[in-house]
Structures are given as structure tokens and as C-alpha cells.
Design a protein around this ligand. Sequence first.
Ligand SMILES: [Mg+2]
Length: 234
Amino acid sequence: MRILLWDIDGTLIRSTRPGGYKEYTIPVLEELFGTAGQLADLHVSGMTDMQIFIEALGNHGVTHDHLRERLAVLSERLTAEARKVTGNGVTFFELLPGVRETLEALDRHPRYRSALLTGNIEPMAQLKMELVGLEQFFTLPGAFGDESHNRRDLPALAADRIRKHLQLDLAPEQFIVIGDTPNDIDCARHFGARAVAVGTGRFYSNEEIRRHAPDKFLPDLTDVDAVINTLDEL
Ligand SMILES: [Mg+2]
């Protein structure tokens, strides 16, 4: 058995408005902390939301503890603002090519189960999956960006939950992280999982992402048979 740990942004979906994340996040940080700090200038790709908040607000006296204390209200406000700004997502998020077909094929395949492993806070991850109609494919518990400021922590969190959920003693190399940034590859390595990079992210060229030596590279997910043959080798 192999467990697929899917990144969301740049891997399954993308926002049709570049920088859309900042559109709904900046007003919420301003409302709760009086400032969005450096967020407008941050390059957030591959970072967890906690890490983004810390980096944006760290110079403005907002500590990890402040963030933890306000995380529940922050999550709630962000999700509400995202729903508003995206007009319920109808035109704001788009599925990347081949994603639905790939997830459907994997869903029927006995070797694979899927979970989310994303820098998004959990309610935003759920909202995005609901808006693009993918929520039924992630039947295992995952790990999310409100759980750590370091993406490297996320695979172990997801793996512990999945082992308990399935009551199986799964080895790290039975997990495959699929993502579009060097941080996805790095967090897989840190845990001992396999890494599959996709070339559909906005911020790295195929050459750049391949330089980080993923176990496998897929330019996109349009060729379902090729995707499954590639995963079958891991
Ligand atoms: Mg991504």
C-alpha cells in the first residue's frame, strides 16, 4: 500500500487571480492584529499558513503564542473572508488539468489511498476542496498549515493519524508527498517519504524544481496512465 499526501495550491488547484491569497488574508490580519505586516511583499509559495503569519507579523510584535491564542478566530475569519472574496469560489479557484481524472483512477486502485498535506489552515483546505468538488477523494486524515510553522513537521503528523486510522504499521517510504515546490520535496525527505514533484506551480520552472531531486517528476497530471505508472515505481 502507498499513501499519497497531496499538496493543494499549484498541485491540485490554482487561483485564477495571482496573489488572491493576499486579497482575503491581508484584511483579516489587519482586523485582528492592526496590521498585515510584510505580507504584501512575502513570497508565500510552499510555506505553511502559520509560517506566513509569523514571517509577516514577526517584526510587529506578534509572537507564536499570540498567534496560537488567536488561531481559532483567525481561522474562522479567514474562511469567511475567503468565501466572500471568492464569491464562493466559482471563478476564483480552478482545477489543474487531469486532477479529477487522476484522483478518480487512484480511488479505484487498491494500492493507493489519499490525504491532504498542505500549508493551508484546515478550514481553508476543506473550503477549497469543497469549492472545486474534490472533497470525496481525501478519505484519510491529513496535516495542515495551522499545525506548524514548519512544513517539515507535517508528514509525521499525517502519518501518525493515518496509521491509527487504518490500524496499520506503515513505513515512511510507503508515503508519497506530491507537490509543486522545493518545500514539498524537503518535507518528504525530512520524514523519509518519497517525493513526487509536479510542474504545475506558478513559481518554479520545471528545471528549478527538478534541481531539488524529487524521486519522480511529472510536468502535470494530464496523462493518467503515466501518473499511475510513475507512482507504481515508488
Ligand atoms: Mg503548493
